[in-house]
Design a protein around this ligand. Structure first.
Ligand code: PLP
Length: 388
């Protein structure tokens, strides 16, 4: 087999493509597991097409290397995983209509109980359902109020509700500001106080979990049964300059590439693209790439707000990014021809443009950038042995 670092041969006809490096994914799984307490299990968050990496490729590979617990946002994502023959626990983090209780049961999905009324409705459907109780400790999104020990206790007695877990979600665990640390500790303590009260009521505690990616990085001392890891699995931080307590050697899993379909000379004073937003201040060589905001490359990276890498060199995006195409100034780039590949996210020879940097340039976070990539872009997986 042939190795595929920068120019995989099977993509010669592709407009734009995503390369998924499974050996980096494997490395990240191992690194995260090593950073977690010994009895704690990795819950791999693969919602939103595994943050744009392709839910099938990512979940199937992780299942193969021994990951047994997954989290998704919706029931349809959960059912999709079962259609992909994914084994193990699949926790739905969001709301599912109680009218779909039969499917929750049939596909052995684990549903989050988002509050008491929801739990009652789900119980009434007469299907035995595995669940985790979500507790609101300050995020104020989904969950039972942490003070509502009574109602939470009652849920443990519901006939069709099997409680396999109880969890909370932190809302400022990515920050090491003093006040944010205080808030997070308040959340964590509130969760543990609730667990103590449940124990006093002789409730046998199910599995517990608190941390997502930044929860692990900044509160690694917590001893829970799961860490719900999303963005870190994919080897990236949400923002490029985040300060964290733990520094893990994680490696980006995704690269985004495209290739030149047209080269044209633009004379000094001529414009390129919509709104004539780019006017050449010199005679310029412009490369057109067939990738645009419909592929998830953000439009607000237009007009020199970002660059792509070509043969290891930086080349600025000029003019407005279109739905399906963008223009790059390649006047100073040597050896460029039709078909030359560019890296929009990833490594290119000795240069690298990371997803957090691209996200930051577009005034967003890595999570949003990645999960919006790719509806039209083919995903190619590579590992140590090559492309498949
Ligand atoms: C998406 C999500 C996660 C994963 O978050 P990351 O920051 O990507 O690790 C964890 N928990 C919940 C409840 C989520 O919605």
């Amino acid at each position: 087999m042939r190795s595929s670092k920068t120019k995989p041969y099977i993509t010669e006809d592709e407009r734009a493509w995503i390369e998924i490096d499974l050996k980096n994914l494997k490395h990240n799984v191992k690194t995260l597991r090593n950073a977690m307490p010994s009895n704690c299990e990795l819950m791999a968050v693969v919602k939103a097409e595994a943050y744009g990496h392709g839910m099938y490729q990512i979940a199937a590979y992780m299942n193969q290397i021994g990951v047994k617990t997954f989290a998704v946002a919706t029931i349809d994502e959960g059912i999709q995983l079962r259609h992909y023959d994914i084994l193990g626990e699949i926790l739905i983090l969001g709301h599912t209509s109680p009218a779909r209780a039969m499917e929750l049961h049939k596909y052995e999905l684990t549903q989050t109980l988002i509050d008491y009324d929801y739990a009652r409705l789900l119980n009434k459907q007469n299907y035995n359902i595995k669940t985790h109780i979500k507790v609101d400790t300050g995020m104020h999104r989904l969950g039972f109020d942490k003070a509502d020990t009574e109602k939470i206790t009652r849920v443990f007695k519901m006939k069709h509700i099997e409680i396999c877990g109880i969890y909370t979600h932190l809302c400022v665990s990515d920050s090491l500001e003093e006040e944010d640390i205080r808030f997070t500790n308040m959340q964590i303590n509130g969760f543990y106080e609730l667990l103590e009260k449940l124990k006093e009521k002789h409730i046998e505690l199910p599995k517990t979990h608190i941390q997502s990616s930044y929860g692990l990085l900044n509160y690694p001392e917590l001893k829970c049964d799961y860490v719900r890891a999303g963005v870190l699995l994919y080897g990236v931080l949400s923002s490029p300059n985040d300060k964290t307590k733990l520094h893990l050697d994680l490696r980006p899993v995704l690269s985004l590439k495209s290739r030149v379909v047209l080269l044209r000379v633009i004379h000094k004073g001529e414009s390129v693209g919509y709104g004539r937003a780019f006017i050449a201040h010199r005679d310029s060589l412009i490369a057109i790439f067939p990738i645009g905001y419909a592929d998830g490359f953000p439009r607000n990276l237009s007009c020199q707000k970002s660059y792509v890498l070509i043969n290891g060199h930086h080349a600025p995006v000029v003019g407005k990014i279109c739905m399906d195409q963008l223009a790059v100034d390649v006047t100073n780039i040597p050896d460029i021809t039709i078909g030359t590949a560019a890296t929009l996210i990833g490594k290119d020879e000795n240069a690298e443009i990371t997803a957090p940097v691209v996200a930051d340039n577009s005034e967003s976070i890595t999570n949003e950038l990645l999960c919006r990539l790719g509806r039209r872009v083919k995903i190619i997986t590579t590992d140590l042995d090559g492309v498949y």
